[in-house]
Design a protein around this ligand. Sequence first.
Ligand SMILES: Nc1ncnc2c1ncn2[C@@H]1O[C@H](COP(=O)(O)OP(=O)(O)OP(=O)(O)O)[C@@H](O)[C@H]1O
Length: 404
Amino acid sequence: MTRYDDLFDELAADESVFADKGALDPLAEPEDIVPWTEQERALGRILTGVTEDYLPTTVSIYGPPGTGKTITTQRLCQEFADRQSMVGVEYVNLKECRTIFSAANEILFALGGEKEGAYVGLDGVFEAIWERLEEYPEWTVLILDEIDHIQHDANYDPSDFFYRLLRGEGKLERELQLSVFLISNELLTVDLRLDSRVESAMGGEEVFFPPYDEAELRAIIGARIEVAFVDGGLSEEAFDRGVQEAAYRWGDARRTLRLFRQAGELATERKLDRVTVDCLLDSLEGTERETTVAKLRSLPLRHLVVLAAAVGTRGSDGKIIQPVRSSRIHERLQQPSTAEQFRLGERAIQKLVGELDTMGLVESWTESKGRAGRAMYVETTFDPEWVYEAQAAVAERLLPAEEY
Ligand SMILES: Nc1ncnc2c1ncn2[C@@H]1O[C@H](COP(=O)(O)OP(=O)(O)OP(=O)(O)O)[C@@H](O)[C@H]1O
């Protein structure tokens, strides 16, 4: 026996509470979609417009994470296209696209084209997109997921991208009938600050997916829980508590699946034969932390730098001092390396704090200081140490913590 044998033996679950853990994988295609009756009807109504020769140029599908936007839209559009030969559907996820040019190239690729080189420019890629679309049925529904990941870059702004997509000359000349279904967490015109010419070119159709309530989460994950756990592997109280907490905190099906998977892993680690309410509550904290850290990691650097400055002051007991005044954040951001890189004045900092507040990552408020005017205070809504966890390298490189 080597020490690796010992290690693997120790870690291999001989008494697992799981029968088929894969059933809790959010990426696994669920057999049944618990219908979102209202939203399905709204999307269905839009699609059947084809029979009257009309599809809106855009449909904005938005709502918080894990509320079934992707799965419902994809399936409904595909089912419709399977029944209507004059409709084609393509799905593109833009999450990994760092530039607007790469987003256009990703669309081209999904339409069966070869990606273009940078030298052709955005217009060149769009020209190739229109050529591909000529081969498509009369109507094309293009689903663009995570479209809010498109950000301003050095060469183009999102309005340029949308204007070409909706009103591009090559498209108008060829009289292509294209309807773009845009999936995002926030309403796009607000989130991406699209300009008015783009707004007026958009279809104006919107479908909102609200967070799931307890009954819906129960229905969505109930069947998967039955497959995932051995008989009696999850106590009824733990299941009830799990869906209640998940509905109260997030209304997100993906996070709920993850919560039950982690609670099961914890039970196995603790050598229990069933998941208890304690396992569930302990995992709940872990899930909260994991998702917050992931969210922090995906923040634009300027927001992260402001957060790092907000949590960068420790008391003599080593604890991070909160709340912190925005002027203190400003002061910390005046260190030469940071100041030069980000050039953040007090007003810019307050604006970024406001945006972090809207994202639910901080709470901010102002207090009157009499003659000294008003002061803005900021406090994170989560354990401030997580900021370091999320971007240890960035936070420490930019702003080493200092004692107050
Ligand atoms: N109505 C549903 N029926 C069955 N499974 C669902 C349903 N809604 C969500 N799920 C499960 O949750 C996962 C996440 O859902 P989906 O990707 O559709 O969410 P989303 O709203 O698009 O989220 P995001 O904004 O994070 O991309 C799905 O892959 C699926 O496993």
